[in-house]
Write a new protein. Structure first.
Length: 342
């Protein structure tokens, strides 16, 4: 079967934290955006989940790299190796004898510069993409949620990813107002690392901080009883003595620690609303604002945004995969969607 399938169509959500590939409308790969490389010759040792397990545990021979920072490619070579490796993973599952030529749709942050867009295109082409199209992340997220992006109606989307928070007002298949800020999941993680060091005097790495965020992350200092998580116990070395420590962390503490970054998101949402024409603003007030991306899972975030902006916020179903699903829909309708970039 694999011998005669010479064109393969893939939709790729190339994220700072996770990369997702969709084929034939189904998610065929969902892996962390991390590559482990051999320090001597830059050969790939592992990609995705296997590389993530090595993160923070490197030795003199192996280093781990996150090729994307703030939503854009920071390490061109590692990004190319990662895309190529992920495509190989899929082909292995399908037993392709010949590497098929690729038609790809890749999503990019709406604030990308020409140079950043070219970096994504070049990486995709070097990894085997023959036809490469690009779509802006908030547009893909809106499609993934199930909104009609081509309708003469205003929809507002806030997509909180790993590297960027994308805020956009969409109407008639285009972005009317958009803000792309580099405050998102990674920034919240580094807030937690800093806070644990300053307040509890304990050293934590990226992976531990991520676990704290998942277990007790909150945008509000007061949550309903059914939402409030139990304290999370963090283990690590004391910053001064290097002796082992155990520190219980509550969601109230983390809410205080994340307050500054979430305030910056609120400011960006208000700035995007200021740029919105009044007719579309009325639509947004009626339809509410849609939250997507991994950051949408932070406890109490929708309520906090609502208290600030006074417009209801809806968390989409499976917000983590909204952008990927939208990119998959764009791939099916490449000929019809004028907002895709070659």
């Amino acid at each position: 079967m694999g011998l005669f399938s010479f064109t393969q169509e893939l939709a790729m959500d190339l994220g700072t934290a996770n990369s997702i590939i969709i084929q034939n409308g189904k998610i065929v790969l969902d892996e962390p955006s991390i590559v482990a490389l051999d320090r001597r010759n830059d050969q790939v040792v592992a990609i995705g989940e296997k590389a993530r397990q090595m993160q923070g545990k490197e030795n003199e021979r192996i280093r781990t790299v996150r090729p994307l920072r703030d939503g854009v490619i920071a390490d061109f070579n590692a990004a190319e190796q990662m895309i190529r490796g992920m495509i190989k993973m899929i082909n292995r599952k399908h037993n392709f004898i010949v590497n098929p030529s690729l038609k790809m749709v890749v999503c990019i942050p709406s604030g990308s510069t020409e140079v950043e867009i070219r970096a994504v295109r070049d990486s995709s082409e070097h990894a085997g993409g023959r036809d490469v199209y690009m779509i802006y992340e908030p547009m893909a997220a809106a499609m993934g949620i199930g909104l009609d992006v081509e309708a003469p109606e205003g929809h507002m989307i806030v997509d909180i990813g790993g590297g960027t928070t994308e805020i956009a007002v969409i109407s008639l298949g285009g972005l009317v107002a958009n803000k792309s800020i580099r405050i998102a999941g990674d920034e919240l993680t580094s807030d937690i690392i800093q806070y644990m060091g300053q307040i509890h005097n304990i050293k934590v790495g990226e992976r531990t901080a991520e676990l704290i965020k998942i277990n007790v992350g909150s945008a509000l200092t007061e949550l309903d009883d059914d939402e409030a998580p139990e304290d999370y116990v963090v283990r690590g070395p004391n910053r001064m003595t290097s002796l082992p420590m155990e520190v219980p962390v509550s969601y109230q503490e983390i809410a205080h620690c994340l307050d500054k970054s979430i305030s910056k998101m609120e400011t960006a949402i208000l700035a995007a609303l200021e740029q919105t024409p009044p007719e579309l603003y009325a639509d947004i007030v009626r339809n509410g604002i849609h939250l997507a991306g991994g950051g949408a899972l932070l406890r109490g975030l929708a309520k906090r945004f609502y208290d600030k902006v006074n417009i209801p916020f809806h968390i989409s179903e499976d917000p983590l995969h909204a952008v990927a699903r939208g990119t998959g829909l764009a791939l099916k309708n490449v000929e019809n969607y004028t907002f895709l970039m070659r």
